[in-house]
Design a protein around this ligand. Structure first.
Ligand code: SAH
Ligand code: SF4
Ligand code: F3S
Length: 447
């Protein structure tokens, strides 16, 4: 049995969604607490690959990543495979990749330090226990935060869309307790966060009791965070149309710190396809929902996810998706070719779509989304708003920040990372805008 020297450095590499990024940060904090330091170069004593299983390409990536970790002398760091591939096919990973010493699922990573100890002695350790209840309480307190921070409030999914692995890799829906979330947010703000994005696979399914013992939805968490004086902005993602209830919609009109942005995936514009996907809503329900959201917050920037080439999708059904895109008006959206995932109901549905048709549909769909995005950006020109500075731009004196509508904005001037700089938006491109710094406007602009 190989044994390993006491590890001193680590590297965590996260793939997939923002919740994985959050988990990656928490694993890094766990390793910090063990006295390890983040490796600045490529080589580290411990490498955690925090994987994503959502589509075949994402899932297969783990094997090439593992191969790349073998050193010239044939040795390798202590490799842990974490995340959704670990959960879905941990045993297969162990069998296929002998370099892997640890496999840890998304709800078990609080036990990483103990696993590491065993792996160091030469054991190969697998822990894919569910569910998540114990994880959060067992993690060390937050210590680090950039100007924008993630905070997972809800885990798992009970929706079982027929194409999707998430209910199997992340487990059942679970809401973290209110007080735990407020405490974590306070720590993040204390460490420098100006913006917090609340995360969950179905974030708007969050339910709990607020500080007064009242049953609340996500709007209750948002309201509590809005009371933190040094927190300027609140966002949340991803929402399911079925969980978009009135109090959360109303919050968009009532809470200034809640940013005018909503990621609300619809996947398809065809009712037949939506039914086969088990989405639990029709295209018309989605459009009506958008009307209610826009009544509360007319300038809201809408984002979505789309799948092209779901089994049996006809040209006419695809055209319904294009029509929905035009009618809904997206400020941005993500789109994917359907990928059959082992164990999901859609994987065995008839009507497989040929790859070249998928490619062609994806191109048409992305062109349509691109047009909408440019139109939204152009429409923003002339608006005054604050941008939250995230990093330096490429040009001297240039800074890059985000508008309330989550657009990337370039501005030239005096600024620091984490500043909220008032700007007038002056130019629009496909993926960004330019802005001119202005004196803080007396007229109320969204933060
Ligand atoms: N919980 C979120 C996001 C889930 S994963 C939601 O329900 O909206 C992010 C996106 O990946 C999904 O919205 C969907 O568009 C896409 N996706 C999920 N499974 C897929 C699959 N098998 N093939 C292609 N795209 C998929
Ligand atoms: Fe997957 Fe559907 Fe759950 Fe989203 S709602 S995570 S797409 S099963
Ligand atoms: Fe991927 Fe798991 Fe997120 S499958 S998208 S990392 S929940």
């Amino acid at each position: 049995m190989p044994s390993f020297p006491v590890p001193r450095t680590y590297r965590v590499k996260s793939f997939g969604c923002q919740m994985n990024v959050y988990d990656g940060e928490r694993m890094a904090e766990l390793l910090d607490a063990q006295g390890l330091s983040p490796a600045s170069g490529e080589d580290a004593d411990v490498v955690v690959l925090n994987t994503c299983h959502i589509r075949e390409k994402a899932s297969e990536k783990v094997y090439s990543e593992i191969g790349r970790l073998r050193r010239e002398d044939g040795s390798a760091p202590l490799i842990a495979v974490a995340g959704c591939v670990a959960q879905a096919e941990g045993e297969e990973v162990m069998a296929r990749a002998p370099l892997v010493r640890m496999v840890v699922g998304p709800q078990a990573y609080h036990r990483l330090p103990a696993m590491l100890e065993r792996a160091r002695g030469g054991e190969r350790v697998l822990d894919t226990d569910m569910p998540a209840q114990t994880k959060f309480a067992a993690l060390p307190e937050r210590r680090r935060a950039g100007p924008t921070a993630f905070l997972t409030v809800q885990e798992g999914c009970d929706k079982f869309c027929t194409y999707c692995v998430v209910p199997y890799t992340r487990g059942a829906e679970l809401s973290r307790p209110f007080a735990q979330l407020v405490a974590e947010a306070e720590r993040l703000v204390g460490a420098g966060a100006r913006e917090i994005t609340l995360l969950g696979q179905n974030v708007n399914a969050w339910r709990g009791e607020d500080e007064k013992g009242r049953e609340v939805g996500l709007e209750g968490v948002i309201a509590a965070l809005a009371r933190l004086p040094d927190l300027a902005r609140i966002r949340y993602t991803t929402s399911h149309p079925r969980d978009m209830r009135e109090p959360l919609i109303a919050a968009h009109g009532e809470i200034d710190k809640l940013m005018p942005f909503l990621h609300l995936p619809v996947q398809s514009g065809s009712d037949r396809v939506l039914k086969a996907m088990n989405r639990g809503h029709r295209a018309e329900d989605y459009m009506k929902l958008l009307d209610r959201v826009r009544a509360a917050r007319p300038d809201i920037a809408l984002s979505g996810d789309f799948i092209v080439g779901f089994p049996g999708e006809s040209e006419a059904e695809f055209a319904e998706t294009l029509a929905l895109i035009d009618a809904a008006g997206y400020a941005q959206a993500f789109s994917f070719k359907y990928s059959a995932r082992p164990g999901t109901p859609a994987a065995t549905m008839p009507g497989k779509i040929a790859p070249e048709i998928m490619d062609e549909r994806l191109q048409r769909l992305q062109a349509r989304i691109g047009q909408g995005q440019l139109a939204f950006n152009r429409h923003s020109v002339g608006r005054r708003c604050a941008i939250l500075i995230e990093r330096r731009g490429k040009l001297p004196g240039q800074w890059l920040g985000k508008s309330p509508w989550l657009q990337s904005v370039h501005v030239i001037g005096d600024a620091r990372i984490g500043d909220l700089v008032p700007v007038e938006l002056t130019g629009a491109f496909a993926n960004s805008l330019s802005g001119t710094a202005i004196a803080a406007s007396p007229a109320p602009a969204p933060a």
